[in-house]
Design a protein around this ligand. Sequence first.
Ligand SMILES: Cc1cc2nc3c(=O)[nH]c(=O)nc-3n(C[C@H](O)[C@H](O)[C@H](O)COP(=O)(O)OP(=O)(O)OC[C@H]3O[C@@H](n4cnc5c(N)ncnc54)[C@H](O)[C@@H]3O)c2cc1C
Length: 463
Amino acid sequence: MLTKSKNIDGLKKILAPENILTGKEERYIYAQDATNTRKSKRLPDAVVFPGSIEEVQAIVRYANKHHIPIVCRGAGTNLVGACFCDNGGIVMCFSKMNKIININKIDMTATVQPGVVIGELQSQVEAMGLFFPPDPSNLRVSTIGGAIAQSAGGPRTFKYGGTKDYILDLKVVLSDGSIIQTGSNTIKNATGYNLGQLFVGSEGTLGIVVEALVKLIPKPEASQVIMAYFDSVKDAANSVNTILQNRFMPSTLDFMDGNAITTVEKFFNIGLNTEKDALLIIEIDGFECSIDYQRENIIRILNQSGASGIKYSTNEEEAKKIWQGRRASFAATAKLKPDVLTDDVIVSRSNLGKLVKGIKSICDKYNLLVSIVGHVGDGNVHPQIALNLDDEQEYNNYKAAKKEIYKLTVSLGGIISAEHGIGVEKKEFIPKVINGLSIDYMKRVKKVFDPKNILNPGKIFDL
Ligand SMILES: Cc1cc2nc3c(=O)[nH]c(=O)nc-3n(C[C@H](O)[C@H](O)[C@H](O)COP(=O)(O)OP(=O)(O)OC[C@H]3O[C@@H](n4cnc5c(N)ncnc54)[C@H](O)[C@@H]3O)c2cc1C
């Protein structure tokens, strides 16, 4: 049973005054995250900024003793209300535990604190010829702790894997303040249960990641971006299948549908062909000497698959320009109405065309404006729906459409979250996509790690 009135005075004995916020305006800011369907039901009672593992442990012991919820926070960019404080309590913000402790060039690993910004880690390792591929599109702000907790992916997941594939070892503070290590400083580890993967995607509900050892790989020597138009997303997906069957493995295979193309063009005027119903953006990488070979063959396949308007970059500036349209699609859709909501449903690649077509007709039925973008390689679709959340009818239409989109996804053998997670936003849908016994076991796991339910309560499922 969580306490109603939170006794946070004792925190002042653990932390220096500048590392604890209790003012109403300050608490308001940390109650919200990038989710915009609703606001957190309550404010946290305090926001704390630990500077060390020992401080995290002391705060957790205090919270455990007084039954106070703890909501961890990286950059607060998750889209599913995973940082909401509906039960009040303590927001534990990791912006002061943001150091890259070590980069080991020989073993190709990095030891990082949870508040390290992903883009910062990427640029530091890339300067050493190394590569950390996980790439949530907002990598300039999102943190490694948040990416681990949400099992974040991104455009490069198809070839290189997501955050989960780069976790070798975690130091995790448990709900009683004790600390465990989940792995080892080795590439392989078959020693007991894989506890590390249990914390990946657990949204801060099982433990608090205070240090991570991540795997790095050699940075590809060169890359190039190709773009091609198609008459439908289905045709674009078919051409991707042919590219893969011919044993080419691009690092990204992203698409925009016709609405996304038209919307970007309307607001940013970057020269996209609005007559076409799909744009495929393919990035290839590898040794410099392999790039021409990959590009020429992929363009041959694209031509044979009915593509038109094929272009490719010859320098970094041109590569950025090709990506500009895809990156601008969320911002462009946001200009259509006061609000924009996105999702991250996923099906097998062979069902991608059906999913995109189905989402369009569902949104048409409910009179909603939708731009669809996504990662063809993964079968991962991001419908970006523009609406006015203050318009009750429109919001109700959105909720009905969302239900139908999930139903369609499941009927195609897919699942409702590929990379954004569940948080509070999607938890009512979990029983529709995961069998009851599996959910029961998830709840049992939660109770083992957090018997008092103080770690991010009310996320993923209600106990
Ligand atoms: C514009 C935009 C684009 C995006 N694009 C992508 C994308 O391409 N791919 C993708 O996967 N996601 C994407 N996201 C979603 C989001 O960026 C990711 O989920 C991101 O990894 C969250 O990181 P964060 O630091 O903001 O975490 P937060 O939002 O602060 O936290 C996320 C979760 O992690 C928990 N948490 C944070 N730190 C810890 C810790 N140390 N220990 C335990 N739990 C912790 C929090 O309690 C919360 O449950 C996007 C979001 C936006 C706004």
